[in-house]
Design a binder for this molecule. Structure first.
Ligand SMILES: [Zn+2]
Length: 218
């Protein structure tokens, strides 16, 4: 079990990583993870430069929406994170980015098909589009939970960006990286001809195989 201090460190590290890798600009995007020793989750604070923050500056939000600990306001997307944690006991961490290629699909309102083996392995489904609702709103949280369903790993937020979920921060990050790569290659491949997704049985085979191969049982 991870202590809340360790979770704070992981959340901050991931926030710095999404910034340094160009998946967000400025203070957009956010990261959260369940604090297993508390009744809530650790999330990045709202509108703060990730480089200047310390693990202690992360905010802990309870499952009853109240801030448990933190001197700053939590990310404005906290309602979205909270709704996913309440709906999905299997989700231990959430990463939200505005990466350009995935967001291009989100703007076009087009789901990202499973065109790569790693998309099948890590995500295992096409990445659907959540209907538009204002950022930070409860409607957006509701739509996102519905679109992710019981097992979804990633979803595109219309005119906005991408959310990736996983059992750990590392998994949620990997979901975002693989989604962005799939979107980038999808757009390039589309210039050469129509996009062909992998067959459903192949996707299933790859996804199941990957779970057994390198990951902890979830
Ligand atoms: Zn956003």
């Amino acid at each position: 079990m991870l202590s809340s201090l360790e979770v704070r460190r992981q959340v901050l590290e991931a926030a710095r990583e999404i910034y340094n890798s160009g998946m967000v600009i400025g203070t957009w995007g956010n990261v959260s993870a369940r604090a297993t020793d508390l009744k809530g989750f650790v999330i990045t604070p709202s509108g703060m430069d990730y480089e200047s923050l310390n693990p202690e500056d992360m905010v802990i939000v309870g499952y009853d929406k109240q801030v448990i600990e933190g001197r700053y306001r939590p990310s404005s997307e906290s309602p979205l994170h909270l709704a996913i944690y309440l709906a999905r006991p299997d989700v231990g961490a959430i990463v939200h980015v505005h990466s350009p290629f995935a967001t291009a699909f989100a703007v076009a309102g087009v789901p990202i098909p499973v065109i790569l083996e790693e998309t099948a392995q890590v995500i295992g489904h096409e990445i659907p589009v959540v209907p538009y609702a204002l950022t930070g709103s409860r409607k957006l949280a509701e739509y996102a939970v519905k679109t992710l369903g019981e097992t979804g790993r990633a979803a595109l937020l219309s005119h906005h960006g991408l959310i990736g979920v996983g059992a750990s921060v590392a998994q949620a990050l990997r979901v975002c990286y693989v989604t962005e790569q799939t979107a980038q290659i999808g757009i390039y491949a589309r210039m050469l001809g129509p996009l062909k997704g992998l067959a459903e049985d192949q996707v299933k085979l790859l996804h199941e195989g990957f779970k057994k191969y390198g990951q902890k049982k979830q």
